[in-house]
Design a protein around this ligand. Structure first.
Ligand SMILES: NC(=O)c1ccc[n+]([C@@H]2O[C@H](COP(=O)([O-])OP(=O)(O)OC[C@H]3O[C@@H](n4cnc5c(N)ncnc54)[C@H](O)[C@@H]3O)[C@@H](O)[C@H]2O)c1
Length: 247
């Protein structure tokens, strides 16, 4: 069955792969991203294969912009019944160097951005009596991570938000799960490696039980399953995709 999926952070990395995987199983895709050109390019590539897709340049921290983009998705593609929230950013700072402004920005994008996008979309799911929500959190919210207190706190908030919504909306046919990725080879991870914030990717792969870095497709495959009809009895779960690290 073809449904409308909003994917945030869809211009790059995991969000892009999620958009491609959901399109491949027949869904119509609204691609939300701060990077409007990247979202447009990704949408055009999907459209070239016959997929109904629409790109929206949107900052997930801007509630009015999120509401507008969701309304446009509804108008152009139909009611939103799936949302995957992958928009986010990382930053490495020792705890004492995290300024109040950096703390606020981190929570605004990673946590409030998730709240904004899910809250804007959920009325359609309630009306349909069916919905799938997948948040992208982080394995660092399970393990902790040095020099990332604001990032880890934001992702811990995403895990809590996911669990609360799962219980609240279970009677409405809506499942809400989170994927806390381990180390995934994306532009974000490559930037962190280039800055020296993360060790060399090959070194991380060697320390990972499955002996490779994760790929955006690893995340997207799990996500596509959680968004499927068959996954209706899975809700409130953190489904780690991490090559055997941590948990
Ligand atoms: N790569 C990893 O190893 C890893 C591990 C754990 C969790 N994560 C999380 O996975 C998610 C996806 O990360 P990725 O590695 O694919 O990164 P990425 O940088 O490749 O993609 C993130 C996308 O989010 C968009 N974005 C950022 N801020 C935004 C905003 N305010 N509004 C709208 N869009 C915004 C960016 O433009 C980008 O296209 C992030 O939430 C990240 O924190 C990544």
């Amino acid at each position: 069955m073809s449904r409308v999926a909003v994917v945030t952070g869809a211009a790059s990395g995991m969000g892009l792969a999620v958009a491609q995987h959901l399109a491949a199983v027949g869904h119509r895709i609204a691609l939300f991203d701060l990077d409007g050109d990247g979202a447009t390019q990704a949408a055009e590539e999907l459209q070239a294969t016959g997929v109904a897709a629409a790109a929206m340049k949107v900052d997930v921290t801007d509630r009015a912009a999120v509401d507008d983009a969701t309304e446009r998705a509804r108008r152009e593609l139909g009611p939103v019944e799936i949302i995957v929230t992958s928009a986010g950013f990382d930053e490495f700072q020792s705890f004492t160097d995290i300024t109040p402004a950096a703390w606020e920005r981190m929570l605004a994008v990673n946590l409030t951005g998730t709240f904004n996008c899910v809250q804007a979309a959920i009325p359609d799911m309630l009306a349909a009596g069916w919905g799938r929500i997948v948040t992208i959190s982080s394995s660092s919210a399970q393990s902790g991570a040095a020099r990332m207190a604001h990032y880890v706190a934001s992702k811990g908030g995403v895990v809590g938000l996911t669990k609360a919504l799962a219980v609240e909306y279970a009677p409405n046919g809506i499942t809400v799960n989170t994927i806390p990725p381990g180390f995934i080879d994306t532009p974000m991870a490559r930037r962190a490696e280039a800055r020296g914030d993360l060790p060399n990717i090959d070194a991380i792969a060697a320390r990972t039980p499955v002996r490779r870095a994760g790929t955006p497709d690893d995340i997207a495959a799990a996500c596509a399953f959680l968004c499927s009809e068959e996954a209706g009895y899975i809700t409130g779960q953190a489904i780690g995709v991490n090559g055997g690290w941590y948990l």
